[in-house]
Design a protein around this ligand. Sequence first.
Ligand SMILES: [Zn+2]
Ligand SMILES: [Zn+2]
Length: 834
Amino acid sequence: MAYEPKQIERKWQAVWAEEGTWEVANPGRPGYEDSKPKSYVLEMLPYPSGEPHVGHLKCYAVGDAIAHFRRRHGFEVIHPMGYDSFGLPAENNAIKTGEPPREATERSIASFRRQFGEWGISIDWSRELATHTPEYYRWTQWIFLRLFEKGLAYRTVAPVQWCPEDATVLANEQVVDGRCERCGTEVVQRSLEQWFFKITDYADRLLADFDRLESWPEHVITMQRNWIGRSEGAEVVFRCEEAGLDFPVFTTRPDTLFGATFFVLAPEHPELERLVAGTEAEGAVRSYVDRVARESASERGAEDRAKTGVPLGRSVVNPVNGEEIPVYVADYVLMEYGTGAIMAVPAHDARDYEFARKFDLPVQRVIEGTDPEAARDPRGLPYAGDGQMTNSGRFDGRGNREAYAEIVSWLEEEGRGEPAVNFRLRDWLVSRQRYWGAPIPVVYCEACGEEGVPAIVPVPDEQLPVELPEIEDYAPQGRSPLAAAEEWVATECPRCGGPARRETDTMDTFVDSSWYFIRYLDPRNSEAAWDRAAADHWLPVDQYIGGVEHAILHLMYARFFTKALADLGALDVQEPFANLFAQGMITRDGAKMSKSRGNTVSPGEYVERYGADTARTYVCFMGPPERGGDWTDEGVEGVNRFLSRLWRLCEEVEAGTEPGGDAAGAEGEARELLAKAHWAVDKATRDFRRGFQFNTVIAAVMELVNDAYRLKDGLFGTQGGEAVLRFATATAASLIFPFAPHLGAEVYERLTGERVWEQPWPEADPELLASDTVTLVVQVNGKLRDRIEAPAEAGKEELLALARGSEKVARHLDGKDVVKEIVVPGKLVNLVVR
Ligand SMILES: [Zn+2]
Ligand SMILES: [Zn+2]
């Protein structure tokens, strides 16, 4: 019979579904196995939009292999699945087609669920969740309220990144090179009242706790470290006497303070108004600020851009030397970094230097350096290198690096500044002016407010969830589409009972995915977000698997949530993901896959044509999983041929051998195959553990199958040979099971009568691995009679004994005299008889 994957796959999928094979119970519940250590294996949950793509196939095939490997090493493995089902694509589709986001989302979820079943992923379906259901987002809202109580969720006016296309604000992490991460539109700055999470309170812990992680890819840690962007320096105050205002400045270069010759404010600086109100500069400054407001962040950030700015007609005092220096507003200073104001040191900073040349401002050198690499123009300016300090009062003649700490302590003693740490990380902007998200659970009440400012009143826990109402028009108009749902918006104040209005912004979907891995542990709990004992038992996630594109967004937000929830007493861990595996991207025929190129791979088509086992094994075989790989149809066919060969081998071995034979004492080719099987076990196990090198694990099984196929005809009907054939074929099935679970289960059951997933992972016999063997050719009167595996180091007598011991050889010696023995060590024994 030919290999019919569909038949085999359906059969086993039905068994696993009926028996709930992959379901695990929580401690204290029936079915819980307390003798086993736990292992939480988790792939990032999919965003359900349309059909699963090949990246999904890879992520879940890799995660599933790990889950199976751990189960067969005696772990109680929890391996759940859910859907990150709020978000913009469903809403944008709704705007285009009028189809409610819920319908499109749920249709897509059904498709993902069906395909996960068809791929044979070993999911504990009893724990399935979707973040758009009220049963889930009730607890997202509950967490929001806990953060609000702790002051970790707050509302304020701030300059924010606005995507004109999506008509919503974005978190800084969602802006890539000045463009919207989602749609690629250039982002503009706006000043708006928004909700934030105070992730900056956790900046130091987010950095320090990299030490708590067991194994994360170094490049992911580096990306987070850079994003958090901790820098040490000093905060120095420049005072404007006329206006009576202090301007603190953060600098990483206090050694250049004496060279500050002017001062620059960001156009968004909150004190700008007060500085220019009623002055001659007011008009010019206003129009400049208005113009900047229409610029994109990427335009403003461009290095080579001509500098622009407007003098304010004011000056501030440089605290180190008492000099009055003029103040400008310029767009090259960003409000997001430091305090939104800088001391400009044109002699030692390229952008300040260009500005000084354009506006004809003095350039004061304070570091004499000789490093030619560090200078740009013939005058040696601006100079970015190290050297001797000059024009710096008491510090003249000192090396700038050496004097650094001394300058900071001098500033502190003199009350002119203090040591300071600055972070690039900003608070996480979480409100969105969109419909398809979890409503923010607060109301605004005029009566409870003061001086015409309505009070923010949290919705009491017992009134959660604040359910998303059904609406007709999803089109964004610069405010949340929810604002049009008048009946929903108008509500009662939980504090005073008077009329109040609901918050109409919804939460960033990254909020939903920042805690889903905890909800899996107790997904049907309607009394609490999770049972503390269940969370304590299963957390942290022992192995997390997902794409590297989440290095900053999801992976950092989830770390922040875990720490905040631990501080609230709701969790006992500080880090959610002990080990992280970041899978590489798959290309096709050498090119990046994209819908516009029309070269995407639909896993569904390949599963239909070749079966899930082929598709899964192929994505794990195409290259080291962390590096990705290139999808080719020839590659898929190659893997399909390998699985077909294993299938045919199983058919022949099952028909041609009897079960229950003993492989011990196998000789010759039987021993060769037995050793190969143990070699494959050893190689597969080591490569699995060595960073999931699945491509070489699978290659080892291929070698084993090839050898069994090559040697089988010589082994049928031989004593020991049949048992070895069965053993080798069953071992191949056992080792390929994590990748091709259906075929693995089928072959293994046929040859052993056992269920492979209930069997421990095979162990290699060190005796069969230890010594190097050679194949000894044994001749009688110059004719080949046998090949024997012999220890490489065996001497003449041992080789002769082995040769005489062979059954095939013995037949030709019967009743005859051996007159000569020719031995070529490591190669040949020839017995001359008469
Ligand atoms: Zn956008
Ligand atoms: Zn009220």
